[in-house]
Ligand binder design. Structure first.
Ligand code: MIG
Length: 818
């Protein structure tokens, strides 16, 4: 090792030089470089206040907060004074009585919980984290540092960690790159990225949260800073991972694993989970820019019913409005919106309308007048209004970071809700402005009382818009669950909305990318996500569209959408055989709806993602780091989309365990790749042994028919496997008062017997009592089935060798005996 590096002063100088090279930051006022970076010195003292520890080098201070047993927060105050605590991502830190302690040794201070140690090295202020086995999971490579911002005040803040040779990185939301982010640098600055390319960055959302996986052990870093931020995962320097921001506080949460699932779950414990969506929102959605006039909307919806292709959501894009003015209707195209929405509802369609943030400057337009009178629109720093051109022409923009503005905005939906509109689609909320891209930096925001410029508010603008929408709808719809979707957002947006990945392209590359983006969003705390099926711009052929429908069947949010200048894009637009296959998959979506809904509940209640890349299943398997096609949908169904034209078969990796091919019931042992035929009619789909997969009968829309019988597909296992099945009213918030039913199944098999046990929790009673069992993979011929002590009379051995029987009561214990 270089002798000089042992001298802390020389080391610091060397690091300063390196860092300046690294970040290339010019003085924004003079345009000259370099601005002097300052680094933490050595630790002079420590002070404790409750669960917070304050370390100082004499001037700068570092706060270490024990958030939970597994989460530690670090904050830096360059001049010793911390900013007031406020975060849009983390609504409140729940102080719970955790056990923790502070130790001092010759070289370091150590704050320890039962699970994690946070070390602060005395000589250079390096912060590191380790587990109870003294395994260091995360460590500084350079002390935390900063630069003064001459123009705006405050600091550019930097944190640089070591990056290990085989460390992989996941997360950051919708980034358009390979699943493993290693070797790349990313920026977070919400951007309208029409027809984005592979590796284009930044995109629509800011999720400054990543998961590191090193030697099979995972941890997470959530850098809760809304300014423009950058993450570098060993790109500039293979040995370093850095993150920095153009302002605000260096504030990050270290989230302990060791499992990736733990990290995601704990990230959700900070930022919240997605509320339960209305059940219909898990159905199929049809969208287009735009369906108008009214006759077109009626023709499209009729097209679904005539062809018996299920559909729940129908969208109205910007052309339903009068001159693109939000909260108005174009009466030429839509003379009687109330009747239209009502007729659609009677036919099972829920109407979702688009809303943009730009409000047309027009004194004869009530929304503008009200906003102007109440001073709700954003202003420039010298007090002019922020104006920009968007669809309606010259616009001003509500400051959604002001709680009073959010309240007002939420109320504006009153008329739409009265009309029966069931959901709101929030677009252009990066915010996007024609020409300029977005707002200038100097625009001021109220920021819930913690005022700041657009530099601070830009990345949360969209999230606060959809928050206003969601909260407003929730009030207006009384106890009904609203459906909202947003394009832009920041960490925590999942408390208010689902998302789509924005303006993608009808290409095979985008199908592949969309699959990665949905998995990545799921791991990044955005569970309810989907892509524009078929691709927004450009023309898919029938094959690409069908392959996309097949992927979309297993996206938490399933919507086809297309730009206005493209050919018609309904599931039947490509003729046969495509229509029939599209129908079959959309039907599958509806059959598996109770499974998806249960998985959603698991997310809502426990913070698990809905889609899980195989690396989350088996993080110790190094080859999984590069696997990004196959994923599990919940924990029982493995999906592998077909991502190339003309592909007649493909390789699929099955994680360890036994899997059943969904189409053939053939069993395969996992822990290896298998080759699966992929004619256009199917994609590789596998069910985990021991799973109980509930199925509803196919319906044309949610609630079309009363459910009389539920099918339970039970897959044989030699081990004990748990499954569960969640049900409730599907449209109210009664689940918050425990009005739901969580059924838990335990399946265990041997040579001559298969046992299924059921237990229940919750206060909801489903209306049906009939179960149709389908037992798959029994290794013996069943002679009898005994349910709660009674023998079942009629056993049917089907041609495909599955065993079926029915039972018309809730059950506790089933034995299937040889
Ligand atoms: O400037 O409302 O991403 O889904 O159809 C384009 C029209 C505005 C962008 C959205 C897209 C939507 C389109 N919008």
């Amino acid at each position: 090792m270089d002798e000089n590096l042992l001298n802390p002063e020389l080391l610091a100088n060397k690091l300063i030089e390196e860092e300046e090279e690294f970040h290339h930051v010019n003085n924004p006022v003079t345009g000259l470089k370099p601005i002097v970076k300052k680094y933490l010195g050595s630790v002079a003292s420590v002070e404790q206040k409750g669960n917070k520890f304050y370390f100082t080098d004499g001037e700068a201070r570092v706060e270490v907060t024990v958030v939970t047993d597994e989460i530690i927060r670090v904050r830096l105050a360059p001049h010793g004074v911390f900013l007031e605590e406020f975060s849009y991502a983390v609504p409140k830190l729940q102080p719970k009585p955790y056990v923790f302690s502070l130790h001092e040794s010759e070289n370091e201070y150590r704050v320890s919980t039962n699970t994690v140690n946070c070390h602060i090295r005395k000589k250079d202020f390096f912060v590191s984290f380790s587990d109870t086995q003294n395994h260091v999971t995360n460590e500084d490579a350079v002390p935390m540092h900063w630069e003064e911002n001459v123009q705006f005040g405050g600091y550019y803040v930097f944190c640089t960690k070591s990056c290990h040779s085989e460390e992989a990185f996941y997360g950051l939301g919708d980034k358009a790159s390979d699943l493993n982010l290693r070797g790349r640098r990313f920026k977070n600055w919400n951007t309208d990225a029409y027809s984005f390319n592979w590796n284009q960055d930044p995109l629509y959302r800011t999720i400054p949260f990543y998961i590191s996986l090193n030697e099979g052990i995972a941890h997470g870093i959530f850098f809760d800073n809304t300014f423009k931020s950058t993450f570098d995962f060993g790109s500039e320097d293979r040995t370093r991972t850095s993150f920095w921001a153009d302002g605000g506080e260096l504030q990050y949460y270290y989230i302990h694993g060791p499992h990736m699932m733990d990290v995601v779950k704990r990230y959700h414990s900070l930022t919240g989970t997605h509320p339960m969506p209305p059940l219909w929102a898990l159905g199929y959605h049809q969208c287009r820019w735009s369906y108008y006039p009214e006759a077109k909307v009626r023709a499209v919806t009729k097209g679904f019913r005539d062809r018996k292709i299920p559909c729940d959501g129908i969208y109205l894009d910007i052309d339903y409005m009068d001159g693109y003015r939000c909260f108005t209707w174009n009466r030429k195209y839509f003379p009687d919106p109330k009747k239209l929405v009502k007729d659609l509802a009677a036919d099972g369609f829920k109407t979702v309308v688009i809303i943009d943030p730009g409000i047309r400057v027009d004194d004869n337009y009530w929304v503008f007048k009200e906003g102007k009178e109440k001073r709700y629109f954003c202003r420039r720093c010298d007090d002019y209004f922020m104006e920009g051109h968007v669809w309606p022409g010259r616009c001003q923009f509500p400051d959604f970071t002001n709680p009073e503005v959010r309240e007002w905005w939420g109320g504006l939906f009153d008329e739409l809700v009265q009309l029966g509109v069931a959901g709101v689609w929030n677009d252009m909320n990066e915010p996007a402005v024609f020409g300029a891209g977005t707002f200038p930096d100097d625009v001021r925001h109220q920021y819930d009382g913690f005022r700041g410029s657009h530099r601070k508010a830009h990345n949360v603008y969209g999230m606060q818009m959809v928050r206003a929408t969601y909260e407003g709808l929730r009030k207006l719809m009384k106890n009904k669950r609203p459906f909202t979707i947003t394009r832009a957002g920041y960490s925590g947006l999942q408390r208010y909305a689902s998302v789509w990945t924005g303006d993608n392209v009808a290409s095979w590359e985008h199908l592949r990318l969309g699959n990665i983006q949905c998995q990545r969003l799921s791991m990044s705390g955005v569970p309810f996500c989907g892509t524009d099926i078929g691709g927004f711009s450009g023309e898919p052929d029938g094959e690409l569209f069908t392959r996309w429908i097949q992927l979309g069947t297993f996206s938490p949010f399933m919507r086809a959408h297309s730009a206005g200048d493209t050919k018609e894009r309904e599931p039947w637009s490509f003729g046969e055989p495509f229509t029939a296959i599209n129908r079959k998959f959309i039907e599958l979506r509806y059959r598996l709806m109770p499974y998806l809904y249960s998985t959603f509940w698991e997310h809502h209640r426990y913070g698990f993602p809905i889609l899980r890349p195989v690396v989350m299943q088996e993080q110790n398997e190094i080859n999984n780091q590069a696997r990004q096609d196959e994923f599990t949908y919940g924990d029982k169904i493995l999906v592998c989309p077909v991502l190339e034209p003309g592909q007649l078969n493909r390789r699929v990796y099955l994680p360890t365990g036994t899997w059943f091919n969904y189409w053939t019931n053939e069993q395969s042992e996992g822990g290896q790749e298998v080759v699966v035929p992929t004619p256009l009619e199917t994609i590789p789909l596998f069910i985990k042994a021991g799973a109980v997969i509930p199925e509803y009968p196919v319906m044309q829309y949610v609630g079309e028919k009363e459910i009389e019988e539920v099918k339970l597909n039970v897959y044989f296992t030699e081990h004990e496997v748990n499954s569960f099945f969640f049900e409730d009213y599907g449209e109210t918030f009664a689940y918050e008062q425990d009005i739901y039913l969580e059924k838990k199944f335990i399946v265990a098999g041997k040579d001559s017997i298969l046992t299924i046990q059921q237990s229940m929790e919750g206060l909801y009673t489903p209306r049906y009592e009939n179960y149709h069992f389908n037992i798959i993979g029994l290794p013996f011929k069943a002679s009898k089935v005994i349910i709660d002590g009674k023998e079942v009379k009629e056993l049917i051995l089907n041609e495909d060798k599955t065993l079926s029987f029915k039972f018309s009561k809730n059950f506790k214990h089933i034995d299937i005996i040889k």
